[in-house]
Each structure stands twice: as structure tokens, then as C-alpha cells.
Design a protein around this ligand. Structure first.
Ligand code: GAR
Length: 208
């Protein structure tokens, strides 16, 4: 059984996709042991509660400085003793110590086809605003392992999504979620739990 901690900041639709995937059996052999939010008001925490999963808030506001927050976050992860940490819309810079401690054991979902529209400042709706401003015809989502850069770790899976005339950042965000994020994140967790994912020389591979 792959024990996962899911880190969230907002609505938690990706968390919901994981909860539903486990319930429906499309994600096998995975258990969510804790949901961590940096935001007390995140709807994701309600989703966790409704699913009977422990939800914990670690807000930077409750700590004197970043270092103390980072330490608290690491502690909340470690307490749950996960095999894998899943960043599902977690809009916090991940402490280097956490990244080192969980090398190749943290995955992130990003709402574009990396290396487009990623890196510092590209998160949430901003990613889709940038894609529309550039006029790309195809965008999508990426699941990648987390290294010490921003969105630079080994790519595990990507799915393309068409941009349509008249799209707004909101309509594009919704389509990318429905057609890509809620599909590939659950799929990746199923593959990792099945032992079908390896990382070597900075590249992730899936063996079927
Ligand atoms: C998702 O679109 C996710 O890809 C994005 O935040 C949203 C969270 O939605 N993550 C990033 O931008 C990370 N750089 P959700 O809370 O409904 O899952």
C-alpha cells in the first residue's frame, strides 16, 4: 500500500480526483494518510473531512519566519510517514530540506506542458492567462517529480489540451483540469503504486 500525503492550497479538485480514483478502484493500492493545507479556508480541507481523511493546516501566518514554517511543514509531513508526497495545487515554495529528504518521492501537477509557462510566478490562473496571451493553440498539464528548481524535475506524464477561440483563462483552466489534470495525476499515482515508475539520470520512465 502506497501511503501518500496530499498538499493543497485551494479548491482541491485534484485531491477530489484522487479520492474518487481510490474509491472507484482506478487508483489501486494507494491510501491518503493526511492532507496538508497552507490555508485554513481551503475548500480542499472540507473535501478531506468529507472523505474521512485527516486534514492539517500549516500556515506561514502562524510562524515568526519562513524557517520556522518550513520546519513545521516538514514535521507535519514526517509525522504521517508517507511513501510519496503529492503536490496537488500546493502554492508554496517547498523547503529544500523536504525536497532532499523525499528525493524522487514528491510529485507535482502543473497546469501547462512544461517547459512552457512554468517556473517562478506561473501558478493557477496565471499559467492560463500567459498561454492565452501568447496565443498557443495547444496547452495541457504535466506531472513531474520535484527537485530543487521550480518545475524543473523529471517529467512523468503530460497530456495536451486544445485551446479554443474565445477561451478565457477560467474556461481554459477548467478544460485543462477536466481533460488533463484529473486524468494524469490519478494515473501517475496508480503507476507509482504498482511499482511501474523509475527515475534515473534525471529522467522518469514508465514500465508497463
Ligand atoms: C491546478 O490547476 C494545479 O495544476 C495548479 O493549481 C490548481 C489547483 O486546483 N497548480 C499549480 O499551478 C502549481 N504550479 P485544485 O485545488 O482545484 O486542485
Amino acid at each position: 500500500m502506497l501511503k501518500i500525503v496530499v498538499c493543497v492550497s485551494g479548491g482541491g479538485t485534484n485531491l477530489q480526483a484522487i479520492i474518487d480514483g481510490i474509491a472507484q478502484g482506478t487508483i489501486g493500492n494507494v491510501r491518503i494518510v493526511r492532507v496538508i493545507s497552507n490555508n485554513k479556508k481551503a475548500y480542499a480541507l472540507e473535501r478531506a473531512e468529507q472523505a474521512g481523511i485527516e486534514g492539517v493546516c500549516v500556515s506561514p501566518r502562524d510562524y515568526a519566519d519562513r524557517e520556522q514554517f518550513n520546519r513545521a511543514l516538514l514535521q507535519k509531513v514526517e509525522e504521517a510517514a508517507p511513501d510519496l508526497v503529492v503536490l496537488a495545487g500546493f502554492l508554496v515554495v517547498i523547503p529544500p530540506e523536504l525536497i532532499r529528504r523525499y528525493e524522487n518521492r514528491i510529485v507535482n501537477i502543473h497546469p501547462s506542458l512544461i517547459p512552457s509557462f512554468c517556473g517562478t510566478g506561473y501558478y493557477g490562473l496565471k499559467v492560463h492567462e500567459a498561454a492565452l496571451a501568447r496565443g498557443v493553440k495547444v496547452t495541457g498539464a504535466t506531472v513531474h517529480f520535484v527537485d530543487e528548481g521550480t518545475d524543473t524535475g523529471p517529467i512523468l506524464m503530460q497530456k495536451a489540451v486544445a485551446v479554443k477561440d474565445g477561451d478565457t483563462p477560467e474556461s481554459l483552466q477548467r478544460r485543462v483540469m477536466e481533460e488533463a489534470e484529473w486524468v494524469i495525476l490519478p494515473k501517475c499515482l496508480d503507476l507509482i503504486a504498482a511499482g511501474k515508475v523509475t527515475v534515473a539520470d534525471g529522467q522518469a520512465h514508465i514500465t508497463e
